[in-house]
Ligand binder design. Structure first.
Ligand code: SF4
Length: 349
């Protein structure tokens, strides 16, 4: 198996160029061919000597691969399915009037086991490499319209920290895609040590999945509460006093009758006091096999007002792609079930 150069940082490209007997600046040329011109083979790298191209082609591959399936919603949202890591991952393309957001996956499945998540139900299968993460962007037909990238698809980004950091370096590096870090948001359920590293090493935005301010409730929704309780996550963020352009937001899926009460609003305002942040309220997309239900729209709006009245910058995130298995992990689970030749399990969803 050849090693893929997609996802290679400047350092790795320099090493590959040196192996091929090329001068240092050639790493920049290779990066330009891969990340900007998006070629699929070394023979297309016409400004490199023929012998060096043949040498690279013998040892490496570029590593771009097309999605195997796409589902399009009536609202323009598209879900692309990629085969990698022995399974499938999803990338969601969400076009809006003034921007286009791409949601990337970082793992096949996930080990965190959140009660409300279809990806969690798949269990963990594999980490994606930086190349497999970036491929979801570079092979997207709409890649030139992408203005924002969110790492909020399948998997916990900070559980695959090295690959995520490498992909961020390529996305924001001048030799890579040259995107502003303020256009990129990485989500986490709160893996504190990795979160510290992420905050130290990048300038990208951070989104923390919160979902309830009460420890007992959160433990039932998100087993990570047993390892890194929310209080530890908040203490870390409070101590860092994030300033400048970095935005810290809290993601809050609103479940009917569970976390949308005045008591929750009061406690949220209390625990977030002193942290410069915003709260994003998200409608729950129902998934099979969970007792959780979405909160009605009016209830979500009431909850939004309760939070705003308590001084929290709050928005309700638009729900998109309802007709194409909007819940993250649903499409890939169906595909996995199909690929394993078990249609009965597929229909049980
Ligand atoms: S919500 Fe995120 S961290 Fe939790 S199981 Fe799903 S993918 Fe994993």
């Amino acid at each position: 198996m050849k090693t893929s150069l997609l996802g290679a940082t400047r350092k790795r490209l320099q090493a590959a160029a040196a192996e091929a007997g090329l001068p240092g600046y050639a790493a920049g040329q290779v990066a330009d061919w891969i990340y900007r011109k998006r070629v699929t083979g070394f023979e297309e790298m016409s400004n490199l000597p023929r012998a060096a191209r043949a040498f690279l082609a013998e040892r490496y591959e570029v590593g771009l691969s097309s999605p195997v399936k796409v589902r399009e919603s009536s609202d323009g949202t598209k879900k692309y399915l990629f085969a990698c890591g022995g399974g499938f991952v999803e990338a969601a393309w969400i076009p809006e009037e003034r921007r286009g957001t791409l949601c990337l996956s970082v793992q096949v499945g996930c080990k965190m086991g959140c009660l409300f998540c279809m990806t969690g139900k798949q269990g963990f299968q594999a980490h994606l490499s930086a190349g497999e993460i970036l491929n979801q962007y570079l092979s997207l037909p709409e890649r030139d319209q992408v203005t924002n990238i969110v790492f909020m698809g399948m998997g916990e980004p900070l559980d695959n920290l090295d690959a995520v950091l490498d992909s961020l370096e390529v996305l924001t590096g001048d030799y890579g895609m040259g995107m502003s870090p303020t256009r990129i948001t990485v989500s986490t359920i709160g893996l504190v040590p990795a979160m510290r590293t992420f905050l130290d090493r990048t300038r990208c935005h951070l989104a923390v999945s919160l979902h309830t301010p009460f420890e007992e409730e959160r433990r039932r929704l998100m087993p990570i509460e047993n390892v890194h309780p929310l209080s530890e996550v908040l203490a870390e963020l409070r101590a860092r006093k994030e300033r400048g352009q970095r935005r810290v937001s809290f993601e809050y899926i609103v479940f009917g009758g569970l976390n949308d009460t005045p008591r929750h609003a009061r406690e949220l305002a209390r625990i977030l006091d002193g942290i410069r942040c915003r709260v994003n309220l998200i409608a729950f997309h129902a998934i099979p096999g969970t007792p959780l239900a979405p909160s009605p729209r009016e209830k979500m709006e009431e909850f939004e007002v309760m939070l705003r009245d308590r001084g929290l910058l709050t928005t309700i995130r638009q729900s998109r792609g309802q007709d194409i298995e909007a819940a993250c992990g649903l499409l890939s689970t169906r595909e996995l079930v199909r690929a394993r030749g078990n249609p009965a399990a597929g229909s049980a969803e």
